[in-house]
Design a protein around this ligand. Structure first.
Ligand code: G3P
Length: 228
């Protein structure tokens, strides 16, 4: 499964990458507003980060019309090259833009997806990723994980090489369940990475190890027993 961090703050991205095996980072227009005043300076730093770590960067177009989305995508592609994934919204103009972008060899993610049928047409149009908003689907009384399961099956049935990138999570359990239905990627907050690995029983066992070791060996470390 691919893991992305859903944030634009470069220090947070670097911190997550230091600890966890990420495949890149994802942004959207709202996330980038948190970096207001810094975006111009961040653009080249994002590229450096992508090159140095060989990871993907996701940027969403802000244009409304397909032709303008394409222009924005081409400019981003010229700058970020193979590291770029352009996010196109799952609205009519976005669907038109998918094929325009694919004709230019641009990697595309159809985003703000809330139904299996939106995802199906995105895959048919040639999208490389679709990004369903899991919690939003859950919030309207449907089941985000089931929707993803159906997307994965439909893409297999149709022979579409489109990956499902789950987004918008509230619980670690949503991610656990997604991993069991063939979801190929998720994008999550830095806090969620910590939640995924956090376990009270692990902490309790670690405390037990620490205590026993200290009582027996004091400040000595395991490496101190190894001959030079
Ligand atoms: O990538 C999706 C995202 O940023 C929206 O998530 O949690 O604001 O619904 P949320």
């Amino acid at each position: 499964m691919e893991f992305y961090v859903d944030i634009a703050d470069l220090e947070s991205i670097k911190k997550v990458a230091e600890y966890y095996p990420i495949d890149g980072f994802t942004t959207n227009p709202k996330i980038l507003t948190k970096e207001a005043g810094k975006v111009e300076g961040l653009i080249p730093q994002y590229r450096k980060f992508a090159e140095e770590n060989d990871v993907k960067v996701f940027f969403q177009v802000t244009a409304e019309k397909a032709e303008n989305m394409l222009e924005q995508a081409k400019k981003l592609k010229a700058y970020y090259g193979k590291y770029l994934v352009v996010k196109l919204p799952a609205v009519k103009e976005g669907y038109k833009a998918v094929r325009l972008c694919k004709a230019e060899g641009i990697c595309v993610c159809v985003t703000v997806v809330h139904s299996m049928t939106q995802a199906l047409l995105a895959a048919k149009a040639g999208a490389d990723f679709v990004a369903p908003y899991i919690s939003h689907i859950d919030n309207i009384g449907a089941d985000g994980v089931t929707a993803v399961e159906e997307m994965v099956m439909a893409f297999e049935n149709g022979g579409y090489p489109c990956k499902v990138l789950g987004a918008s999570f509230r619980t670690a359990d949503q991610i656990r369940r997604l991993a069991t239905v063939g979801c190929q990627a998720v994008t999550i907050t830095p806090e969620m990475f910590d939640l995924l690995i956090g376990h009270a029983s692990t902490d309790a066992s670690m405390e037990g190890f620490r205590k026993a070791w200290k009582e027996t060996f004091g400040e000595k470390q395991i490496s101190d027993f190894v001959p030079e």
